[in-house]
Structures are given as structure tokens and as C-alpha cells.
Write a protein that binds this ligand. Structure first.
Ligand SMILES: [Zn+2]
Length: 274
């Protein structure tokens, strides 16, 4: 009898908790969000600091100017991250085709990406997509789903800020920087679609040509090698992504035209070395 009572008490507490943690994403999806935004921001910052420690920064002033120009234009029209209004941008000198954005407002671009994102519009498409994951709280949803099923020890470790190194790596992977730690947990198709829609919106408002997002994903899929691109391992892509992007283009082109009419086209150019 007592056991049953405890069990039902526990169940109703759990459902209350789940109810409280359900949130609506920017495109109207319902998802779990257990973690307060300041805690997500702390995790994002910790992951960002770790990657910065382990990866050399690009010292090329032209590349830095170019990436910052595009990133600042896109983040200027996007809502701020949940904690802090500023986005910090790092350019890493590494051949991998990769990029990330983290809760708290951190963006990382690898110089290898610039061989696939061939112009400022395509780079804006990557940055828009990445910050879309952060603004839609996909890291929070991934962590919450993971720990709603595992509960217990690991969640306590994270909430008390003392994750073991294995948990820390899993945490980074769930935040979307899996390629950096060797654990790859791809975003779901629904999360990818949502980030595509948000990314199109942001790039178009910043006056980058949204049609270039399609060329970007074509380039990603065509750039083959012995290993799949790091970027594609966390952001899996196929022709259905292209079809969905095409469906969302008319609305994005309207926003782009409005921005063009306002003369907002950013002058971000990568000056090639002589
Ligand atoms: Zn993605």
C-alpha cells in the first residue's frame, strides 16, 4: 500500500516536472527543456573554452575580418542567445569542414569550411543554421531527452557542475560539438529542418541571398573524401533538405528583397592573398 502511494506520488511529481519542462520552439514544436538558460550558457561557455584551448586560432587577418563581417551581420538580426546579448566568434585554423554555435552565444568557424562555403552568402547560411540550433534550444532538448531517460547520477553530476570526463564529452556532443570530442550525435531531422528555416530567415534579414543556402548544401554533399565531412556528421543531409529549403525560399526571398531595398547588403569580402 505504502509502496503504491510512493509510486503514484513519484509519478505525479515526475509528470509535473515534465509538464513544467515542456517548451515551445520558435517554429511551434514542443520539446523538453529541463535546464535553465543560465546553466545552458555555462555549459556552452565551458565547451567553447575547451575547444579554444585545443584548437589553434587563425592568425590570418583577412580571413578573420571576413568571418567576423559575416557573423556580425547575421547575429545582428537574430534574437540574442538566452543569456547575454553578444555573440563571440572564433576562427580556428584547421582543415576540417566544420562550424558550431553554442548556448551563451559562442560561434566557431574552421578555416576548412571556407573551401565549401564559397562566398559570404554561403557562410551566412552556415552561421544562420548554427545559431538557429542555439536559439531553438536544441542542445537543451537533447540533454533533457537524454537525461529524462537516464536520470540519476549523470544528471546530478551536471547539475552540481562536476561531470566526469566521459559525461563531459557526452555533454559536449549533445551540445552539438561532437566532432571535436570524437562522439557524434547527429541532430534530428526535425531539429535540422527547424534550424534551416531559422537560418534562412536570419540570413535573408541580414541581406544575404537565401538561394545560396541550397548551393551550400549541394557543395557539402559533393565534397567527398575518404571520411565524411565533420559538419555533415552532426548535420546529416540529403536531397530532402534541399527540397524543404526550396519550399521555404519564397518567404525568405521576400525578406531578402526588403533588406536589399533598405540598402543593407553587407560588404564582406575575402581578400585573396597575392
Ligand atoms: Zn544542423
Amino acid at each position: 500500500m505504502r509502496n503504491n502511494l510512493n509510486k503514484s506520488l513519484l509519478l505525479s511529481l515526475l509528470s509535473l516536472l515534465l509538464l513544467a519542462a515542456c517548451a515551445t520552439s520558435p517554429t511551434g514544436r514542443t520539446q523538453l527543456e529541463f535546464f535553465p538558460s543560465n546553466q545552458m550558457a555555462q555549459m556552452g561557455e565551458a565547451a567553447y573554452r575547451q575547444i579554444k584551448q585545443e584548437t589553434p586560432a587563425s592568425q590570418d587577418p583577412a580571413i578573420n575580418r571576413y568571418v567576423h563581417c559575416v557573423a556580425e551581420a547575421v547575429t545582428a538580426v537574430a534574437p540574442p542567445p538566452q543569456s547575454g546579448d553578444q555573440w563571440e566568434v572564433a576562427v580556428f585554423k584547421a582543415d576540417q569542414v566544420n562550424a558550431f554555435a553554442l548556448p551563451g552565444g559562442y560561434i566557431g568557424i574552421y578555416t576548412g569550411l571556407l573551401s565549401v562555403a564559397e562566398n559570404a552568402d554561403q557562410l551566412a547560411a552556415v552561421i544562420g543554421h548554427e545559431i538557429g540550433h542555439v536559439i531553438a534550444q536544441h542542445g537543451n532538448a537533447r540533454l533533457s531527452t537524454q537525461y529524462a531517460t537516464q536520470a540519476g547520477l549523470q544528471l546530478v553530476q551536471i547539475l552540481t557542475g562536476t561531470p566526469s570526463s566521459a559525461t563531459g564529452q557526452q555533454l559536449m556532443a549533445l551540445l552539438g560539438v561532437g566532432a571535436q570530442v570524437g562522439i557524434v550525435l547527429p541532430f534530428s531531422r526535425a531539429q535540422e529542418s527547424e534550424s534551416d528555416i531559422l537560418g534562412l530567415r536570419y540570413m535573408a534579414r541580414a541581406c544575404f541571398d537565401p538561394r545560396q543556402s541550397i548551393q551550400l548544401w549541394e557543395n557539402m554533399m559533393q565534397t567527398g573524401g575518404p571520411q565524411p565531412l565533420e559538419f555533415l556528421s552532426t548535420h546529416p543531409s540529403d536531397q530532402s533538405r534541399i527540397r524543404h529549403l526550396e519550399q521555404s525560399l519564397p518567404k525568405a526571398l521576400e525578406l531578402y528583397q526588403q533588406a536589399l531595398d533598405q540598402g543593407r547588403r553587407p560588404k564582406c569580402k575575402l581578400e585573396k592573398k597575392q
